[in-house]
Write a new protein. Sequence first.
Length: 365
Amino acid sequence: MYDYLIVGAGLYGAVFAQQKTEQGKKCLVIDRRDHIAGNIYSEQIEGIEVHKYGPHIFHTDKENVWEYVNRFAKFNHFTYCPVADYRGELYNLPFNMNTFTKMWPDVKTPADAEKKLAEQRAEFAEIEPKNLEEQALKLVGRDIYEKLIKGYTEKQWGRPCNELPSFIIKRLPVRMTFDNNYFNHPHQGIPIGGYTAMVEKMLIGTEVRLDEDYLSNRESYDALADKVIYTGQIDEYYGYQFGELQYRSLRFETEVLDVGNYQGVAGMNYTDSDTPFTRIVEHKHFEFGNRNPDKTVITREYSQTWSKGMDAYYPVNDAENAALYEKYKELSDKESKVRFGGRLGTYRYMDMDQVINEALMDAGA
Ligand SMILES: Cc1cc2nc3c(=O)[nH]c(=O)nc-3n(C[C@H](O)[C@H](O)[C@H](O)COP(=O)(O)OP(=O)(O)OC[C@H]3O[C@@H](n4cnc5c(N)ncnc54)[C@H](O)[C@@H]3O)c2cc1C
């Protein structure tokens, strides 16, 4: 008999299991996939660590989380500085002085950029935004919206910006420095040796079974343990009895190329609406001093509407889905044996550091 059956060998499940095992509890972790690490899984292709379910950059401002992950991996000093390709014009992201000086060649100083942005916003100053398009225009004006926001956002959500709710974009930070670092947190990097190796280390001493789907045999799995921690989709757990929660899904097209350096950066966003993918990730740039000079691995990322059988990636955070989630949550609050955790169990987008922090708290650390 186990103290805990943990459904899902992703980050939440692995951290929870690690903590409970360290506390002397007997844990069994199962996953329906054939590998551990959930969506942060990475694997070697041509000597390059490939992020199979989308690029993952670890960043945090939580000292306890940073200390915790450093028990299981050393981190390199990678900082995420993506570039946007708009019909062949390249711009640095997030919006900063590099972006502004490229977009408006007469802009040289922060004061010039402030003035230009004020001019760009002026046209929309009186608007009370009714949709995402109006909200973005009001925040940054037409040039940035049309070249860097519109096409990308429409591909991501599969709907025109003027049909998307304005709350998706609450703020659009603009940086008046020449700083391309996407994240503001004091700690950032990629685990040397890959995310899978990090999770493997967390799971040392815990029994793990792969290719096992909890929902295929719920009763016999429940009989194995006193408590169940469930990190899969909450709506699926309840047989979609109130209906399906909506998600955005992703399709990845990965290719090995016979060139040493394809795009010179880890992430290139395609911000026009004609290019069908949202970005190309070139994995070797997450590492430093990669030894393979002749080959590279790239992944084109396509956004798509989720339907049953696909991997669920991003919850759709609108009022309708929030209300539906509340119905499932009400059921889950009544459970005495099962507890829901992680991004799918709680229907929230969470960065890795948030997932780790919650798993540490839930495990009583
Ligand atoms: C494209 C993308 C990019 C991201 N980039 C970043 C980033 O740069 N930085 C960052 O901090 N965060 C990033 N994230 C967020 C990060 O992926 C999550 O925080 C993290 O993976 C969540 O871990 P989890 O354990 O909650 O979920 P998961 O990793 O999804 O783990 C859940 C596991 O449960 C298993 N499972 C589900 N149902 C069952 C069942 N019935 N039986 C058995 N097993 C089951 C699944 O197979 C899965 O392995 C990104 C997310 C996406 C979608």
